[in-house]
Design a protein around this ligand. Structure first.
Ligand code: ADP
Length: 471
């Protein structure tokens, strides 16, 4: 089967979160199974763009409402990613440093989707499935079916994967002029509560919808930022498929970001050396358990509670643990975490910003990884941490619930709690300190976690089942 993935992110080209990781890995594993998976995404100004060779495969001229523009499709020439990668260049609109965060994001991603479909319209041999990801590409299922100029490709089945339903790409109805001339009887397929809602439109129009974990799909029916009724209504075509992790990139035995490699047999020594490096760099105490947080400093991740959790832990439990935080997000949370450095010595530090290398070193060197998420569609961090022998401390929600079993339960290994609340998280920290003291149990837990299989090989077969049901 030939599958064309359309996405705003793809690791290592451009990544802002888990979406990038998934789109960077899934096509590779589909190809390993003998399918042909390709990725098309916007051409941003990224390091990857300048470090690789490109060939021009298509030039087009199209319009976004009254604005006419040229676009170019370039293809990475040496197959470095093990799948065909295409970038769409729209001068001035897509070629920026950041993926998101501009006032004209609606225009940028609508123009991107139009350019993709104009290009696919020209293909002599059509893909078997077009697989779109999140709201940035959520208008494609609508446009393919209801924009007149795509009549030649209207029968290509579409799959929408929801990596995060909090963000839906809402835009006012005045933007309907951007959608290439369409069957206006179908306006209801664009609309949700008097706005054009690209994610809702994708859910309505795609032939199949997947979410990145089974529990997340259940939760969306009662908590999806306004789309609850839609998820309930469309549940017949929805499937929850847990993300895998890219076991080639995330392997403590070969990870190029690590200075000390290890596998299950020598995990204690490898992790100790990695922890020592972190403690030296960040002025932490090697003897105490090291609890880390890696991720976006936003409410979804429960990051707003971190300052209080840390302060309370020091106050009530005593300075019996270290905390190291890596992340960026809400300025107030960043500022409050940064200000805490002044009253913490040798047991707390924070790196505000995005740092891929440091994230790998933290998965390796930490003892515990904190994830007090309010919403967690799948969560990759907990799977990375387990592969690196670091005990996840998670709230039972979404993908966290599907991947972590509490060490108090049968066959368990992690630390779980029910609510994103300071008391619950702090109780988890008590239990972490307890577990850290019991070296034999901690070692056994590490071995259990490192042996778990979160590879894409399992998940990718479920995607193939979805595609097969449509072709
Ligand atoms: P989300 O996509 O909701 O942010 P995921 O758990 O699915 O959450 O994916 C997060 C990914 O982003 C992981 O690979 C994590 O290591 C990475 N990440 C998040 N914040 C940072 C950061 N500040 N520096 C480095 N990596 C980060």
């Amino acid at each position: 089967m030939e599958i064309l993935h359309v996405s705003a992110e793809c690791y290592p080209v451009a990544k802002a979160g888990g979406l990038g990781d998934v789109v960077g890995a899934l096509p590779k594993y589909l190809n390993k199974l003998g399918h042909i998976a390709k990725v098309v995404m916007p051409m941003y100004r990224t390091k990857f763009l300048y470090a690789n060779k490109w060939e021009v495969v298509h030039k087009g001229y199209t319009n976004l409402g009254n604005w006419w523009f040229e676009f170019t499709v370039i293809k990475e020439a040496t197959n470095v990613l093990d799948f065909d990668l295409y970038l769409i260049d729209i001068n001035g609109l897509l070629d920026r440093e950041k993926v998101y965060g501009y006032d004209d994001d609606s225009e940028r991603f609508t123009a991107f989707q139009i350019a993709v479909l104009d290009w696919v319209n020209e293909w002599k041999h059509h893909p078997d499935v077009i697989h779109v990801h999140d709201h940035h590409t959520g208008l494609i299922p609508f446009m393919i079916k209801h924009s007149f100029k795509y009549a030649a490709i209207k029968n290509i089945p579409t799959v929408l994967t929801i990596h995060n339903a909090q963000y839906q790409g809402w835009m006012g109805w005045e933007n309907s002029r951007f959608v290439p001339a369409w069957d206006t009887w179908r306006w209801g397929m664009l609309d949700w509560q008097n706005k054009i809602n690209p994610l809702a439109s994708g859910i309505k129009c795609a032939d199949k919808v997947t979410t990145v974990s089974p529990s997340y799909l259940d939760e969306l029916k009662y908590m999806s930022n306004g789309l609850e009724a839609l998820f309930e209504y469309e549940k017949g075509k929805c499937v929850g498929i847990l993300n895998g992790i890219d076991a080639d990139v995330w392997d403590p035995a070969t990870d190029t970001y690590l200075n000390h490699h290890y596998s299950i047999d020598d995990a204690e020594a490898g992790k100790a050396k990695s922890k020592m490096d972190l403690c030296e760099t960040f002025n932490l105490d090697f003897e105490k358990p090291l609890i880390v947080f890696i991720g976006r400093l936003v409410g979804e991740k429960g990051a707003d509670l971190l300052p209080q959790v840390i302060a309370d832990s020091f106050y009530y439990i005593g300075r019996r643990m270290n905390f190291l935080i890596l992340g960026s997000g809400f300025p107030e949370v960043e500022a409050s975490l940064a200000s805490m450095k002044s009253f913490s010595q040798y047991d707390y530090n924070v790196y505000v910003g995005y740092n891929e290398a440091l994230s790998h070193q933290m998965y390796a060197g930490a003892d515990f990884l904190l994830m007090p998420s309010r919403v967690e569609p799948c969560g990759l961090n907990q799977m990375y941490s387990m592969r690196y022998g670091t005990v996840p401390m998670v709230r039972r929600i979404g993908g966290l619930k599907d991947t972590v079993i509490d060490y108090g339960e049968k066959d368990g290994y992690g630390i779980c709690y029910n609510y994103t609340a300071v008391g619950d998280i702090s109780h988890g920290i008590w239990r972490a300190i307890d577990l850290y003291r019991d070296k034999a149990k901690l070692k056994a837990n590490r071995e259990k976690m490192m042996a778990l299989d979160f590879s894409w090989e399992n998940s990718v077969k479920k995607y193939v089942d979805v595609y097969s049901s449509l072709t």
